[in-house]
Ligand binder design. Sequence first.
Ligand code: C2E
Ligand code: CA
Ligand code: CA
Length: 777
Amino acid sequence: MSKTRKNKIFYIGVILIAIYLSVTYIYTTQSVDSFTKQKYLDVSKDMKEELQTLIQEKSEATLLVTIGLAANNSMVSVFKSGNAHYLDLNDFALTLKRYSSLENVWFQLIDKNGISIYRSWTQNKGDNLASIRSDVASMITTPRVISSVSIGKYDLTFKTMVPVYDHIGRFLGMVETLAKFDSIASKMAMKDYQTLIVVDKRYKSQLSKAYTNTFINNYYVVNPLSGNKLLKALRNQDISNYLHIDTYKIDRKNKLLVTTYILKDINGVEMSYFILAKDLQAINMQDIENMKDRILYIATFIFLSIFGILYYVYSVNYKRFIQDQNELLAQSVEEKTKELQQYSDKLYYLAHHDLLTDTPNRLLFLDRLKQQIKHARRNGQSLGVLFMDLDRFKEINDTYGHEVGDKLLIKVAAVLKSCVRTEDTVARLGGDEFTILLINATQLSIIKIVEKIVKSMQEPFIINGIELYSTFSIGISIYGQDGDTPNILLRNADTAMYKAKENGRNSYQFYDEEMTELALRRIELDKSVRRALENGEFEPYFQPKVDARSGKVVGLEALIRWNHPTKGLISPHEFIPFAEEVGLILDIDAYMLKYSMYAILSLQEEGIDTGVLSVNISTKKLESQSFKNELHETIKSIGFDPAKLELEILESQIMKDPDHSQKMLNYIRELGILISIDDFGTGYSSLSYLSQLSIDKLKIDRSFIMHIPEASDDVAIVKTIISLARNLNLELIAEGVETKEQIDFLLKEGCHIIQGYYYSKPLSLSECREYLLSKRK
Ligand code: C2E
Ligand code: CA
Ligand code: CA
């Protein structure tokens, strides 16, 4: 153990001892104190109880003696004759004094008129007591036993009166016994209790012939002899301090424990006081001393044990203790750091958010825009920035108050958030201006979201029971074409928003006005294509494929035509690319597949040889999960022969994801359906892929056919395609053939199947039927 460590232990020891000593001292003094108090309280209670028992005993004894006298037959003759001179109750009193606890007793006989006819202590008699003593007067009207303590001419006395009746129950008079109190004091003395009985000075005048003549401060002392010691102690003091001691009082000078017992008269007025005392030295404090010892003993034991344990723990676990402390410290540092982090997070949040709507504010919006611009630049993506202003917000605020306005803004923010993806940002710039950042956005996806917002805002907002309608004017800028920095994009979106306001509220506007035009057209197109699908405005036309060697029709290609109710026939070029983009192509292809099969089946059922029916299928359709089932189900339900069905798939599309395409093509072939690669030559197929694909035909694109046989480049390409097909054992067909020269060239090179205006334009079903029938002839 190092020296410093030893010192440390020493100091800790010293401190512990000091703590121990003071704690023990305080504890012991407090305990001894409270035990002593309790002891004193017990002693004073004992004194009072003893006194009470003695008083009780004395009053009962007096009562018994009086009853005994009153019941004596000789009393009846005394009262009847009115002559008591032969009575000598004095002797009786002396006998009592000698043999009983009644030391000083006197007797008096009073007749039924209240006249005293006998007194044991004097010859005086014949006076009327009924007129001066209320107890006597009341006895005459209602004879009964009356027991009381009272102060008379001489002293404080017990008084007991018992009525005397003759043998037929007539009231003759009463026997009264008087007893003094000083015998109680001497009985108390036997228990080592000192007693001083004093009578309240109020009664001084009543005591006209006071028995003892001893007074302290005008208080008459009933027992100057038996209370001798206490009398001496209190004589020179203010006695009033000793008259009302409820618990106890310590008289240090005289070494006395003092308490008081109060005797009240029949009216409840304090009449006399029994001052009771005990010598402090005579009170047994042994048990308290014992307790003090025990406390010290136990405390020492505890102290030594604790110190021992502490010392042990300290010396053995010192290292671990330090380690624990370090860990605790580290932990608390970590906690504090976390707390700090939370505060700074909160601060950051507050600085970057609009607290009303709990959306990012301008600062955070621009920051995110900046980040996303970086990201988009790297990945060649576009971003959409929407600047939005609530129409007539000021009116709402002015009409319904700011509280309603605020609630509206909160609800509007929630609507905006529900319209965008989680990765997009809805921000409130302030007032009724909101912005939205759409990441990885195309013009189309932007329009979709904007349309969703416009639609959602058509629903009323219910605030405080008020139905409110609010709309947005929206300006849109696109990163990549309308600006490269956050500020420019925001400013241009703002500008576009003003244009939107000018054009009438509840509308949106791209910063590039042409785009707005385009957007509007697309929306219009979207709506009308959907309507066309519902209303059956689409119709399959069929273009024959002819074997040029025999002139026989070997197949028909189904090509979509749109019979627009107002615009007439619309070319697929005007809606197929759009339908591809927005996904409507899935429904279009399904429609065409189904209705062209129905149409051709009707011809086949007439016995017309239609050859193979080719249907154009977008790869979007090919990729869709449901296509496999759909294809299978449609063929089955219509009852079309799969061997008479061919799907045309664009080379350019199939090459985007050859692996997936391969799987689908395999499946289609398993159903027994043929596959041809459309617009071949434009998709830069790698030969190795081409050889792996499960396909049946190549369709040479019209662009190569157009300029043959004049254009030598195209001639070379067509020749190459033809030899390629031969090598891969694929059938060939040339499309867009319009002239005899083209046919001659193709036949010469070995491509016999021809599709093109040379033979026929695409035909409606009935035209096609006529065409096929005419060929049969
Ligand atoms: P495509 O599959 O290459 O169809 C051939 C297109 O060339 C047809 O145009 C046809 O009318 C046209 N054509 C045929 N012979 C000649 C000719 O000798 N001279 C000229 N100048 N044109 C000729 P159409 O019907 O306007 O279809 C355009 C494209 O729309 C189709 O090209 C096809 O890619 C797509 N399409 C048409 N119907 C459907 C369909 O039902 N589903 C899908 N996914 N696409 C379709
Ligand atoms: Ca085609
Ligand atoms: Ca084609």
